[in-house]
Write a protein that binds this ligand. Sequence first.
Ligand SMILES: Cc1ncc(COP(=O)(O)O)c(C=O)c1O
Length: 495
Amino acid sequence: MGTQESVVQGSALLDKLRRGVVGLDVHYTLATGERTRRIYLDSTASTLRLKVVQDVLDKFQPYYSNTHSVLHFGAKLSTAEYRWAHEMVLSFVRANPEIYTAFFVGSGTTAGINRVARTLREKRPNRDVVITSVMEHHSNDLPHRKHFRHVVHVPVAMATRSFGCVDLRRLEEALREHSKRVNYVAITGVSNVTGIINPVHEVAELAHRHGALIVVDAAQMAAHLPVQVSGHGNPTQDIDALVFSGHKIYAPGSPGVVVTRKELFAGLEPQEVGGGMVDQVALNRYTISKHFPDREEAGTPNICGAIGLGAALYALSKVGMDVVAEEEGKLIDCAIGKLGTVQDIIIYGETDCSQCQRTGAISFNLKNLDHALTAAALNDYFNIAVRNECFCAHPYVREMVTQSLTDEADGLSDEELANQAELHRGMVRSSFGIYNTMEDVDALAAALRHISANKDFYQAQYTRLSNGDYEHKVFKFDHTKVFSVKGEVDALLAM
Ligand SMILES: Cc1ncc(COP(=O)(O)O)c(C=O)c1O
């Protein structure tokens, strides 16, 4: 935690950033005919873009140049700023640049985790087991299944009333059982379904004690909590590789990021080869650069995306991620309290925040209402943007839903239970970013209260489609009336 003065300065800067967010004042016309400001509660999928990021990118555009060009002015500027973005990543996640490198990959975390999985399989071929948890996003599960012989899914522990974070006792049992075969433990910092925070440094300590590495999926952590990769008093708590997505940290359009110990990637041929990462190429041989991060970034990178991300991380580090975490913690506590008072709501995962910390997301259902209908009504009648379904975390969502049905089973007939299971084969997720306010939480709670009290009305307004989505019987949204690339180009060229 910073000094009192730095916290006050950080809070003032945070207010400034909040006031400048692209897309916060978007208005849409609703099924009621009203035109209102959209409330964005889908930051777990992608955050909105900070205006600082947009302005920096606009200013950069005239100087844009390929970073593989070297000697002209634009190339010098672009190359230096692109390098700075890497330095900014390492500083943001507090990774020692002597030991760690940061490189950009694909469009998000998925590309980064695939790269880490393939590389570590090659680096430690005798270790053919990966341990992960049941609460992972598919992107931190399927790459390990694809590249390793055996993947163990550790369950989550029961907290006070419901599921909490990963079960450390079961994790240690799995590490002991597979002993010298475990390559790494891959764990999410924060669940994208419940926002529950995992104790990643305790997991690191356990993994290292058993000779395994630790890979952290920080897709939902980086924008909400301070991250410290290295420099712990107890070095076994340091993280070996950490991956996150630029589009989830206020810089949509920016790439995925891998932060890793250089030694884990050194001495291997990088998974992707091409221009920009070789020292010499003849027709019968080529030598790959030893220099990080160049050797991991074949081809022309997403330069604008990286620079936008560097701007976002720099702005957030000026605020202080401890300040961000503190403010968001208050919002989540308040949201859980207020949503908990809505009639017929089921909030998934442990809701006692003193027992089980959360950040970023809260997923729920309304009893006797399909998750997709709740989400459609929130959008069409209240201009509240949320996500529904299983959030690419099918096993975890299924486990949560099954547990809540078991809790309710006593009062329900078999038919009612089957109906509830069908309606709740997914959930509704509200998720938050620095720009969300207590007023947004109040609006969500009020909307849910209305939907819950008028289920028959909302049900009657929609037709359920064969894919499970809900279509309003009368109200139609034509996006081209709001925006289309073709329409914009036509209008600009007609000027
Ligand atoms: C926890 C978690 N991991 C990984 C991902 C995948 O990220 P991306 O879609 O940026 O590749 C997500 C996306 O929602 C996520 O929430």
